[in-house]
Design a protein around this ligand. Structure first.
Ligand SMILES: NC(=O)c1ccc[n+]([C@@H]2O[C@H](COP(=O)([O-])OP(=O)(O)OC[C@H]3O[C@@H](n4cnc5c(N)ncnc54)[C@H](OP(=O)(O)O)[C@@H]3O)[C@@H](O)[C@H]2O)c1
Length: 316
């Protein structure tokens, strides 16, 4: 099958589409999915560039893309939850990439029925980013109506969903993002939308919950919390990844506020819950570009340049 791959770390041009990539065998609880659309996110750029290789183990050659939407092509002997021909969506096994491909093989727990109300080319923006936002705001913290939520990095793949979910849960949402995204973020439910290039973190108000999708200056970001508030830091500073990982790991030493980091590993239930939220109109996918798999280097170049709103969807 054809799939986007890179066999060395480097700039976007290390990514090429390769013919004859072998699929892993379909084990008893695995599902083979024919991919209709996949998505790539900004977090993959420093990984491909090799900047996170001391903190994230990655075997080369590697693929790109975590989220996929498609149709079940084959099921393992013990698969009970889905059948050939079902429309599904899901994420690659935890810590791996490779959804930008004609087909993927994943355990049945990594997928659920796809939402019915949006086409695959939009839904593909959601499985990884959407479950990350869902897990952060409903499991790591139980966001209550009236709570003040800051989403830092609100214009990106996870941020645009966190803003919508935060507003749907009744929180007062402040979106910190590039200036070009602010009107759209207000439409998506932000009560306040602030340009990160024109405002210092220390000039923002106080928050009960901060979802940080940037990874830099985490100590200043944490100072914005009310006593007893929670910082959910999901990004590593790509210029100092070891330092930011250590900062997060030692975050619980200061008990005035809480630090609750996680690496998204969604359950089938979370994927189902997200799918239902798309179908009931709570969550709208945000796609800034749709590209063919052969343009995968271009997709990474766009992410590297910045300013991408939501996700870039790639079709095989
Ligand atoms: N721990 C987990 O489970 C998990 C899950 C998903 C994602 N992540 C991580 O979370 C991060 C975000 O993921 P993503 O897919 O949403 O990436 P993304 O689409 O690249 O979004 C990041 C956003 O942050 C904005 N930004 C950059 N500097 C900023 C600043 N100083 N203040 C406010 N906003 C700023 C960027 O704007 P510009 O484009 O204008 O620069 C971009 O819109 C990545 O590092 C990713 O690896 C972690």
């Amino acid at each position: 099958m054809r799939a986007a791959r890179y066999d060395r770390y480097g700039g976007p041009d290390v990514l090429t589409v390769v013919d004859g990539v072998p699929l892993p065998p379909v084990g008893p609880t695995d599902v083979r999915v024919r991919v209709s659309a996949a998505a790539v996110g900004g977090g993959e750029v420093p990984i491909r560039a090799g900047r996170l290789r001391h903190v994230l183990r990655q075997r080369l050659p590697a693929g790109t893309g975590v989220d996929f939407v498609g149709t079940v092509a084959q099921v393992g002997a013990s698969v009970t939850r889905t059948g050939v021909g079902d429309p599904v969506w899901g994420v690659m096994p935890h810590g791996t990439f490779g959804a930008v491909a004609e087909e993927v093989v994943v355990p049945q727990e990594r997928l659920s029925p796809a939402p019915r109300s949006v086409p695959a080319q939009e839904a593909a923006a959601l499985p990884a980013s959407g479950t990350t936002a869902l897990h952060a705001l409903t499991r790591r913290v139980r966001l209550r109506p009236g709570r003040r939520l800051l989403v830092r990095g609100a214009g990106g793949g996870v941020g645009v969903i966190a803003v919508q979910l935060g507003a749907a849960l009744g929180a007062h949402v402040t979106a910190l993002a590039g200036g070009e995204h602010l009107p759209r973020l207000r439409e998506l439910g932000a009560a306040e939308a602030v340009d990160h290039r024109a405002t210092q973190v220390q000039d923002l108000g106080r928050f009960d919950v901060v979802l940080d999708l940037v990874g830099t200056r985490l100590a200043s970001v944490r100072e914005r919390l009310e006593r007893g508030g929670t910082l959910v830091p999901l990004a590593l500073d790509p210029t100092r990844p070891v330092r930011s990982a250590l900062w997060v790991a030692t975050g619980s030493l200061d008990r005035r506020t809480r630090v609750s980091a996680f690496s998204n590993d969604p359950s089938r239930k979370e994927l189902e819950e997200l799918s239902a939220m798309v179908d009931d109109g709570t969550i709208t996918p945000v796609v800034s570009a749709r590209l063919a798999m052969d343009d995968i280097a271009k997709a990474h170049r766009m992410l590297e340049r910045g300013g991408v709103r939501g996700k870039i969807v790639v079709t095989p």
